[in-house]
Design a protein around this ligand. Sequence first.
Ligand SMILES: Nc1ncnc2c1ncn2[C@@H]1O[C@H](COP(=O)(O)OP(=O)(O)OP(=O)(O)O)[C@@H](O)[C@H]1O
Ligand SMILES: [Mg+2]
Length: 367
Amino acid sequence: MATVTLVDVEKIYPGDVKAVENFNLVIEDGEFIVLVGPSGCGKSTTLRMIAGLEEITDGEISIGDLVVNHVSPKDRDIAMVFQNYALYPHMSVRENMEFGLKLRKYPKAEIETRINDAAQVLGLTDLLHRKPRALSGGQRQRVAVGRAIVRQPAVFLFDEPLSNLDAKLRVQMRVELSQLHNEIDTTMIYVTHDQVEAMTMGDRIVVMNEGLIQQVADPVTLYDRPVNKFVASFIGTPPMNFFNGQVLGQNSSMAFLSEDGLQLQIAQQQVDKLRQFDKQKIVLGIRPEHIGSTVAENSETVGQISAVVNVVEPMGAETYVYLKSETTSFVSRVSSHKKYMVGEKIELAVAMDRAHFFDFNTDKALL
Ligand SMILES: Nc1ncnc2c1ncn2[C@@H]1O[C@H](COP(=O)(O)OP(=O)(O)OP(=O)(O)O)[C@@H](O)[C@H]1O
Ligand SMILES: [Mg+2]
């Protein structure tokens, strides 16, 4: 087990491609940390630099107390699981799992014990003699994880390990990996572009965009207090709605006036902080669950919007309703008990005490 520390880490690929910049992070011993962000944001590059598969252009990476900048991957006490599993097709499950240990000349009895223990944990005991081609996707994924576990590394690195699985299996493996982490309590660094995977698995989540860390926080903080518009829109399904406009003050009250003429009263607890932005261009952010017909019951400050139903997406437990008001489009997440018709004009309540505000120019959260 070990902490992993990255100080001012930077990766510039030939051709001046800045893949990762100014990356500072301390990953605690035993922590499950998730790197999440859109394609090309530098997640894999970061992971590969920790693994030693990619040289770093600048900065310092430590595993435990050891600076590993110049330590080769095999001496870093890490094990990595890749998206494509990278199993040896001609070897059985057992041979795949013991390969790394044999290479490191572990005693036979020790190898045996480790394989049997890992197989037990992962439900692979009955499959040890099979070749990878005779396994399902989920089973192959478990073998890839098993091969990492038997090494008993200080740090596990996962790069999108579930993205080749179908949706149902992905959910199942997600739960299994979380359980595994609870059992073995080893530092895990997990890369995904799937925000649901990030939210459900991570003790803390690192949101990245264009090579830069945007925010590091636990899932609830990330959802409730995004530091900028990027994080606000990346985390949450459907994403947060944004309205461009300005806040206007009048005595002790303030209102938000959108470019489309939408007018909403600012919640009293936010008035003081917003006063300094009087008449300035700002962006209002409202999560889909804070617009609807039922928000009124648990919200103190309620605004009203009238809008026309554009698209209705029933999800089962809830329904996403896409709406249009003048030229503004937004989405509301409502209980599936209530039925909406396309083309219908409806009045919606907005829980303004849950509103987010962002600087129009910098995208930074204002509150
Ligand atoms: N070997 C390379 N040479 C040049 N540029 C590279 C190389 N590898 C990656 N890049 C670039 O570095 C940036 C970050 O790539 P990286 O693979 O880390 O992204 P990622 O976040 O893992 O994306 P994905 O979700 O698509 O896997 C991208 O712009 C990519 O094109
Ligand atoms: Mg990647």
